[in-house]
Write a new protein. Structure first.
Length: 188
């Protein structure tokens, strides 16, 4: 158990039997009335994000979670397969536990969030960005050439993203893994 004043980003807590991770928070001390914590929580299983206000003196139940580094191996009809980089144990998870699994490249390192008591995999987190090779680009749509013109491109993992007009096949691009969007072209 912890106090609401101990809430911080990344804290995992149990509410109504479900695991929730704090995405954002704000401690508020109004002029009148008691202080409270305004939180934005993400359900670990369903990925649903909700806002919740917790009174400052309120105690919350925290869950013990561990972050471990895994290496992505491959995917097939049974799921996505990862290997623990310390113990070399292999784990398989469903695609719904991974944000933008189409950006996974064989051999890539990821962080897995595991429930400490049950060793259950909660989520798989890709790095903030990945560098991928553009394997194919498509012609721009007519009339889409005024400002911030983009075209569709396929990267080496098979994912399709929107890139600026100057990106060509063979270029390496940096992609934001949260939004699956182009960030910059990597110079060779």
């Amino acid at each position: 158990m912890a106090s609401a004043t101990e809430i911080k980003k990344g804290l995992c807590m149990v509410i109504d039997g479900n695991l929730w991770v704090v995405v954002d928070f704000l401690h508020v001390k109004p002029g009148k009335g008691p202080a409270f914590v305004r939180t934005k929580l993400k359900n670990v299983k369903s990925k649903k994000v909700v806002e919740q206000t917790i009174p400052a003196g309120h105690s919350i139940e925290t869950a013990r979670v561990e972050r471990r580094t895994f290496q992505y191996l491959y995917n097939d009809e049974t799921g996505y397969h990862f290997m623990n980089t310390e113990t070399f144990d292999q784990v398989s998870v469903d695609s719904d536990m991974i944000n933008n699994p189409q950006l996974l490249k064989e051999g890539q390192s990821v962080e897995m969030l595991l429930h400490a008591e049950t060793e259950e995999t909660l989520t798989v987190e890709l790095p903030m960005s990945v560098n991928l090779l553009v394997t194919q680009t498509y012609d721009a749509v007519a009339g889409n050439t005024a400002t911030n013109a983009t075209k569709e491109a396929t990267v080496e993992t098979g994912a399709k993203i929107q890139v600026p007009m100057f990106v060509n096949e063979g270029d390496t691009v940096k992609i934001n893994t949260d939004t699956c969007s182009y960030m910059e072209r990597i110079k060779a």
